[in-house]
Ligand binder design. Structure first.
Ligand SMILES: [Zn+2]
Ligand SMILES: [Zn+2]
Length: 354
């Protein structure tokens, strides 16, 4: 099968012939229908997060089950599935306390992907920039067949991460004020999550005018162009002293500090962005005397087999925007072009369609 292979950081990926083993116990072979192009993949391309090389990236995907290994019960051949980049084991303390997104034991599967002579583990248990994927059963969510797979793929990372940050992690309350730093693919979903939760004021902050325009479409009531305005002062002004919630959705230490500074006494800053390995954040220690909270967030605190079908039902009911997120689609051969467009801030989301 064909896959986009990254052999060195900061180099273009090449379309190469690679192979997968047959599914072993607890594994599924899934034919890739679509894979979103996510900013987190770029961190690995640029070496900000380490990965063994060569690697087939891609972690926001949906497809059709082709074959299952012994013991698999959740889905069978022909079923439509969304893939999880944090597969869950179902039996650890996190899985049993409603926090499967923190499970570290679901990544079984071993080295099933052969790139040239080398056997490697699938990236994020998925490796979706390939025609087929080998995934563990705990990394699969069965979905209704009427949901278009190119839209379902987005729920596998960006939509779940963003909407989940608002409704699961922060538990935004009706009437709340929210500030969202970064209106890219995930930030737009934080914005629509805040809108779904009934926030009264949603302030989008970015430095790209095209993204601020999209932010309004996704539910922002106010926008701040941080290239020519002081975002912290402006949020404080618009919210009478500070937002109830501020979301950092870029992955920049300075922006995390800003998010913390723009919430009111007792308010909460939620870090959604993926900051580079080794980076550190400076925040005001006395601010804790005002009961301010700085909270981490991963995968939208999702319970995937509950949350993902629920989000897709909202989409089918016309209450969650997915079509509007997709700026461009590319064939697998267009992968390097898709990453270049994302890096230039031209797109909300690009999707590789197989
Ligand atoms: Zn992602
Ligand atoms: Zn677990």
């Amino acid at each position: 099968m064909k896959a986009a292979v990254l052999r060195a950081v900061n180099q273009p990926m090449a379309i190469e012939e690679v192979t997968l083993d047959d599914p072993g116990p607890g594994q599924l072979l899934v034919k890739t229908a679509a894979s979103g192009v996510c900013h987190s993949d770029l961190h690995f391309i640029e070496g900000l997060w380490p990965s063994p090389l060569p690697v087939v990236l891609g972690h926001e995907a949906a497809g059709v089950v082709e074959q299952v290994g012994p013991g698999v019960t959740h889905a069978g051949p022909g079923d439509h599935v969304v893939l999880l980049f944090v597969p869950f084991c179902g039996s650890c303390r996190y899985c049993n306390t409603g926090r499967p997104y923190l499970c570290g034991r679901g990544r079984t599967g071993g080295q099933t992907l052969h790139i040239g002579e080398q056997a490697v583990a699938p990236f994020a248990s998925i490796s979706s920039f390939a025609e087929y994927m080998m995934v563990p059963e705990g990394g699969v969510v069965k979905i209704k067949k009427e949901v278009p797979l190119d839209k379902a793929a987005l729920v596998g990372c960006g939509v779940m991460t963003g909407v989940g940050a608002a409704i699961n992690t922060a538990k935004v309350q009706p009437g709340a004020s929210c500030a969202v730093i970064g209106a890219g693919g995930v930030g737009l979903n934080v914005i629509q999550g805040c809108a779904l939760a009934g926030a009264e004021r949603i302030i989008a902050i970015d430095i790209h005018a095209n993204k601020l325009e999209m932010a309004r479409e996704f539910g922002a009531t106010h926008v701040i162009d941080a290239s020519n305005e002081d975002a912290v002062a402006k949020v404080q002004e618009l919210t009478n002293g500070g937002a109830d919630y501020a979301f950092e959705v870029i992955g920049l230490p300075e922006a995390i500090t800003q998010a913390f500074d723009m919430v009111r006494r007792g308010g909460e800053a939620i870090v959604v962005g993926m900051a580079p390995i080794g980076s550190e954040v400076t925040i005001s220690a006395p601010a804790f005397m005002a009961e301010k909270v700085l909270r981490g967030c991963v995968y939208g605190s999702s319970r995937p087999r509950y949350d993902m079908p629920r989000l897709l039902d909202l989409y089918m009911a016309g209450k969650l925007k997915l079509d509007e997120l997709v700026s461009r689609t590319y064939p697998l051969e267009g992968i390097n072009e898709a990453f270049a467009a994302m890096k230039n801030g031209e797109v909300a989301r690009s999707v590789i369609v197989f």
